[in-house]
Design a protein around this ligand. Structure first.
Ligand code: FCB
Length: 464
């Protein structure tokens, strides 16, 4: 299995599990954030979501039925350690134990993300990611999960998209925990970078034969006007902020201070030796790409002097998230990270699209736009693979329609439709398409291997 190209789907705990206070779980920052008026579209909340906690066996059968044998899911920290620190909730931990066994029983490889944004609320009350104590809280959580599941689970990811959860949650205040401004952002950013590296080291230390990585959001950045020098400078700044901010310190290049001088303010939160603490050697990185960004120079943004021009105002094809459909972006991102000498393996750990799904009179969901999107993006992934880049797998976001953070339940990303009233699952045509695609590509792979084997055999026969 080690070097086989893997095909899978991705999910995350808060977006699908439900069971808000089931079996001793306590609140996460998302449970709290959803209680605040008008923070989430239609004031939706993830109390029930897809009730995956109760439907996981059925959902694993869906994976099996579709022939998808790699499943990325995350652990809810407050389900396992309800107050973040302190006592372990064995009932919560047992859920993941059963989930892992259910995957293995059905020949599905589990890929676990430790942190997909649902910090225990009790820790947020102590400052959350802004408090340096998070380093020891997070490390203990990592140890607890690794010791319980590490005998069976080998594929691990430490964080999901640190740029997004620190930026949206601690600078812009549009994601949980809804904090704003530099005095929250800078310490949160630095402590996250330390935990990212520490988590990798701890998992590798505790789990034999582990395969450990961490994930990054990324987008290809184009200038609004390719002939404008100022727009090109803006591109480099936005690229440093959204594509390089956490990758480079991890691999020993430090924070991208040259393009983003304001990052020197991080020094206030750095202790001697921290430059070492933010470094680690993961076995792979996960990249998550949906779109590209187009930027232009702007004096209204005094710090960055750059502005993102959204898809709607450019009048280009886009998804319901107002994200431009731009398949080459995923190729460009693989190419970008492929060029880092220290990165040995890349997986696309998320890619997918939300479109308005129409259920037809036969109850079928013919989501042609999603199929086209997937075909084109996957085509670009395979292009990178054929060119010999270090790309090793692809995880589609997402298995199920789910709770899309501040957008609530309206955007549907699933290849399986979820009726939130009765939790009925219906495989969309994109689900069948992905299933056929995987089967076909595996067949071709087998044919190729057979052919190579035959060639090798005939050469060795001639030798005799
Ligand atoms: C990514 C998140 C994931 C999901 C997709 C659409 O940024 O990691 O949880 O919301 O976007």
């Amino acid at each position: 299995m080690k070097d086989e190209f893997v095909w899978g789907v991705a999910t995350s705990a808060y977006q699908i599990e439900g069971g808000k206070f089931a079996d001793g779980k306590r609140a996460s920052i998302w449970d709290e954030f959803c209680k605040r008026k008008n923070k989430i579209q239609h004031n939706h909340k993830g109390d029930h979501a897809c009730d995956f906690l109760y439907h996981y066996k059925n959902d694993i059968q869906l994976l099996k039925h579709l022939g998808i044998d790699n499943f990325r899911f995350s652990i809810s920290w407050p389900r396992v350690i309800p107050f973040g620190d302190g006592f372990i909730n064995h009932k919560g931990l047992d859920f993941y134990d059963r989930l892992v066994d259910e995957c293995l029983k059905n020949d599905i490889n589990p890929w676990i993300t430790l942190y997909h944004w649902d910090l225990p609320h009790a820790l947020e009350l102590k400052g959350g990611w802004t408090n340096r104590d998070i380093i020891s809280w997070f490390n203990r959580y990592t140890e607890v999960v690794a010791k319980k599941l590490g005998d069976r689970v080998k594929n691990w990811m430490v964080l999901n998209e640190p740029v997004v959860f620190t930026g949206a949650g601690y600078y812009l205040g549009v994601h949980a925990p809804g904090r704003k401004g530099e005095s929250n952002y800078f310490p949160a950013l630095h402590h996250t970078a330390i935990c990212q590296a520490q988590g990798i080291k701890t998992l590798k230390e505790l789990i034999k034969d582990s395969h450990v990585g961490t994930t990054f959001s990324c987008s290809h950045i184009s200038p609004m006007n390719a002939n404008s020098e100022k727009d090109i400078i803006a591109v480099n700044k936005v690229d440093a902020l959204i594509n390089r901010l956490f990758v480079e310190p991890l691999f020993g290049y430090g924070y991208p201070i040259h393009e983003l001088p304001f990052l020197s303010r991080l020094e206030k939160y750095m202790l001697p030796g921290d430059n070492k603490l933010i470094k680690a050697t993961p076995d792979f990185i996960g990249i998550q790409n949906y779109t590209r960004e187009v930027v232009k120079h702007s004096i209204i943004q005094p710090v960055l002097k750059a502005k993102i021009v959204d898809a709607k105002s450019r009048n280009v094809e886009s998804t319901v998230m107002n994200w431009e459909v731009y398949p080459e972006s995923i190729y460009e991102m693989i190419k970008k990270f492929n060029s880092y000498r220290h990165i040995s393996k890349i997986y696309v750990t998320e890619n997918g699209a939300a479109f308005k799904d129409e259920v037809n009179s036969n109850g079928e969901i013919n989501d042609e736009k999603r199929i086209k999107y997937l075909r084109d993006y996957i085509g670009q992934v395979l292009r990178a693979k054929e060119e010999g880049m270090k790309i090793n797998g692809y995880f589609l976001w997402s298995l199920l329609d789910n709770f899309e953070w501040s957008e609530g339940f309206a955007p549907r990303f699933g290849i399986v439709h979820v009726n939130y009233k009765n939790q009925k699952r219906t495989i969309k045509n994109s689900g069948y398409w992905y299933s056929d695609f995987i089967k076909q590509i595996k067949l071709e792979e087998m044919e190729k291997q057979k052919q190579t084997l035959q060639e090798v055999m005939s050469v060795s026969e001639q030798d005799f």
